[in-house]
Write a protein that binds this ligand. Structure first.
Ligand SMILES: [Zn+2]
Length: 474
């Protein structure tokens, strides 16, 4: 039987083993592409259903736009095309003929969607316009990794148009805080920092990029979602304008925002252990597995009753007769099912079952009559424990750096290093060359320290009173 490589031994191999053994996904014959298997896709479906209902509650409407974009559209926004051109897949032929204009397979859909917006928006009464689409996108990936970096991935991308820059900024922050941070923390038990990206790391074509970032178990940061204030950069290029109340024609101010299948990569890396996948109950496709030991009719009848007491939870009863209970425990552990219930003839005699939590491995007896209530309590407890465990781990590895040697040491040992920094692109590139790390974000919630400060790398005077967060990243 294949085992899972230990995290300490080889973290990258551990990650791949966890995915393979939980049967989540596999590499496709096309390099960089991923086949998402039913169990992995079930996790994505839960993400989609929860995020979609959160967005709809905020009044967001779904639509769908074509995956092919005329190449000339991308070229209209200079920074946008510069940022994305190394990653583009381009279609040159269709129906056996060379196309008069090449078509780009969408790497993101600002350009094709804003072409529609320019037709849909006429007056201030049409604003704000708030649209989302669930789609696949393609960014040619040189160093692919399942879920984290794949050439084709699934996501939602939201696109909005507003009458003022201030309203657009507020909206992009609202999505970040009230949808992304809330969803990731409450459902994925993934503690995140919120903040703003540097000039060098922001979205190509944006005025400002806001992000949520989580720390993985190996001390690297993962960008888990972004929300961009696009200002009027795209509306100028795509002529998205409205007639305002004062009778003047003005360009709209826009936002775009997205989360992707990358969230599953983060979910795997932040909670799982050397036994395999660990899933928070709120996102687990199967929340409870019941395993009978030497089942007879009485045990099967008891299981029926237990199952009805677990009403509201997603329960799997493993009745396979070709595996022994130990093999079944091992398999469901690898699949990250939060709670296992074991019941054998002796247990039934004593009117109880054995419960085993996946997050801690702790075993406890539970009277059959209490299973419904205890299982619900355990779901909440596991959900909370996973969050607190990840948060504690992250906080323990946080460091402040006041000198280059502290900074360098901090980056090498993993976790976030907070330091005063000039924010300049050249300086960031220099830092990247030296320690293979870039800035992750300027935290929204950080202590303001009275300056003047000096840049951790170049020594220039820094006006910013907050420290930037740096880390190696996925
Ligand atoms: Zn600097």
């Amino acid at each position: 039987m294949k085992t899972i490589t230990g995290r300490e031994e080889n973290y990258s191999q551990w990650y791949l083993d966890v995915i393979a053994e939980a049967d989540l996904a596999e590499h496709s014959v096309v390099r960089g592409c991923m086949v998402i298997k039913p169990y992995g896709y079930a996790i994505w479906e839960k993400i989609v259903s929860i995020v979609d209902s959160m967005l709809k509650e905020m009044g967001v409407k779904n639509a769908y736009f074509p995956m092919f974009i005329p190449q000339s559209f991308l070229e209209r926004e200079k920074k946008h095309v510069k940022g994305f051109s190394p990653e583009l897949a381009v279609v040159t032929h269709g129906g056996g003929n060379k196309l008069s204009e090449p078509l780009v397979v969408r790497p993101t859909s600002e350009t094709i969607i804003y072409d529609s917006f320019s037709k849909w928006i006429n007056s201030y009464r049409d604003l704000p316009l708030i649209i989302n689409q669930w789609a696949n996108v393609v960014r040619w990936e040189m160093r692919p990794r399942l879920f984290l970096r794949t050439t084709e991935f699934l996501w939602q991308e939201g696109h909005t148009a507003h009458a003022s820059l201030q309203e657009a900024d507020q909206y992009s922050l609202k999505i970040l805080n009230e949808v992304y941070k809330k969803f990731v923390e409450e459902y994925l038990s993934m503690p995140v920092y919120t903040g703003q990206k540097s000039e060098g790391e922001k979205f190509a074509g944006a005025l400002r990029t806001y992000c949520i970032e989580a720390l993985m178990q190996d001390g690297r940061s993962l960008q888990a979602g972004t929300s961009h204030n696009l200002s009027d950069n795209f509306s100028k290029s795509f002529n998205v304008a409205f007639l305002d109340e004062d009778g003047l024609r003005k360009n709209v101010f826009q936002t775009s925002w997205g989360v992707s299948t990358r969230l599953i990569g983060g979910l795997i890396m932040i909670h799982s252990d050397d036994k395999g996948l660990v899933l928070p109950p709120k996102i687990a496709p199967i929340q409870v597995v019941i395993i009978p030991i030497r089942p007879n009719q009485a045990i099967l009848d008891a299981i029926k009753l237990i199952k009805s007491d677990l009403n509201g939870l997603s329960v799997e009863v493993d009745l396979r007769d070709n595996l022994n209970p130990g093999e079944k425990y091992y398999e469901w552990e690898k699949k990250g099912v939060p709670l296992r219930i074991e019941i054998g003839p002796k247990d039934l005699e004593n009117n109880k079952v054995v419960m085993v939590r996946r997050d801690t491995g702790i075993k406890s007896d539970c009277a059959i009559g209490n299973i419904g209530q205890i299982a619900q309590e355990m779901m909440e407890s596991i959900q909370k424990n996973l969050f607190l465990r990840a948060e504690e781990k992250r906080n323990l590895s946080n460091k402040n750096a006041s000198s280059w040697s502290e900074f360098e040491h901090g980056i090498k040992t993993g976790g976030y290093v907070f330091a005063h920094w000039c924010g300049e692109e050249d300086c960031e590139a220099d830092i990247k060359k030296k320690v293979k790390a870039v800035s992750r974000f300027l935290p929204f919630e950080a202590e303001e320290e009275v300056g003047p400060h000096t840049c951790i790398n170049c020594g220039k005077e820094v006006k910013e009173v907050k420290r930037w967060a740096f880390a190696r990243a996925y």
